[in-house]
Design a protein around this ligand. Structure first.
Ligand SMILES: [Zn+2]
Length: 297
């Protein structure tokens, strides 16, 4: 277990480095966040490692001498919620849209028992331990469904759970104004390029977040960053938008765009621990440019 103290009341945990696999690092780079409110603890996202998470729970309840009351889920992608069984006894919160989507996936999508085996085999053909974690995940639907937003805790320390969309249609952020900290889920990635399942121009989402008083940003994957990272991500999209619009007037093909010397460079590219995606064969930066190109066209 790797722990990072963000503030006196916020601790972030990552799965141990030894579990990091070259073929898919997504679950090991996904943080689990513990937020201490007066008289209780809140957890944001779970990762997939049940034993590691159970230990983290024990440690946090001991450190703060408080019990966990809620598990808040930024979105319901597998790498952020497969260890949810550790919090079966607390209130679980996700957006209405994410819950609807999970309901579908549990019955006919990739989370249905028979499909999950195939999913595990595809992701981890060489790692039985990982396959077992995926196949044996005890999944259940969150008990509290949020349409727009929900406040948790006493007014002066309250947490805001807000549905913003972006990475997935029901993706949400969790914001603590007293700790000046935000959990943004996969709407902001520190160790990979941005990724959206159904591309929508996210500039307005970043602008909305920038209005908040923020010192610490807990991303969906990677290290805790500052507000500057949100601003840089927004600016990257804005520069890319300008470049793509210009390329239309010059009639450039998507291949010419991808190779173009003036194509805006993603600011975090090449920083320590950075990868083009969580799998060696994918390049999310290329997908992003392609998707944005298609949307603007
Ligand atoms: Zn993720």
């Amino acid at each position: 277990m790797r722990i990072e103290i963000v503030t006196d009341n916020i601790v972030v945990m990552y799965a141990p480095k030894e579990l990091e696999l070259a073929i898919n690092t997504a679950p090991t780079t996904a943080p689990v966040t513990c937020i201490a409110l007066p008289e209780r603890l809140i957890i944001v996202d779970t990762g997939i490692f049940v034993d590691v998470l159970a230990n983290f729970r024990k440690e946090m309840e001991k450190k703060y001498n408080r019990k966990i009351s809620h598990l808040l889920l930024t979105h319901l992608d597998w790498d952020h919620m497969f260890a949810m069984e550790v919090f079966e006894d607390v209130k679980t919160v996700a957006s209405e849209h994410c819950i609807e989507n999970m309901k579908y996936n549990l019955t006919e999508g990739y989370l249905a028992k028979e499909n999950l085996v195939e999913f595990a085999n595809n992701r981890y053909p060489k790692h039985k331990e990982m396959r077992d974690l995926v196949i044996n995940a005890k999944l259940f639907l969150p008990t509290i469904s949020v349409k727009d937003e929900l406040r948790i805790g006493p007014e002066e320390n309250s947490l805001l759970f807000k549905v913003v969309g972006g990475h997935t249609k029901g993706s949400s952020i969790i914001y603590s104004s007293s700790e000046k900290t935000i959990c943004v889920g996969d709407n902001l990635l520190e160790c990979y390029p941005p990724l959206q399942h159904e591309f929508n121009n996210p500039i307005s989402i970043y602008k909305q977040l920038e209005e908040l008083d923020i010192e610490h940003v807990i991303p969906g994957h990677g290290k805790v960053v500052s507000k500057d990272y949100i601003i840089k991500t927004r600016k990257y999209y804005e520069d890319l938008e300008v470049f793509l619009k210009k390329s239309f007037s010059e009639d450039l093909s998507i291949n010419q765009i991808q190779e173009h010397p003036q194509l805006p460079k993603y600011f975090a590219q090449g920083s320590p621990g950075w990868k083009f995606s969580c799998r060696p064969t994918d390049n999310w930066l290329q997908y992003l440019i392609e998707d944005f190109y298609e949307t603007l066209k």
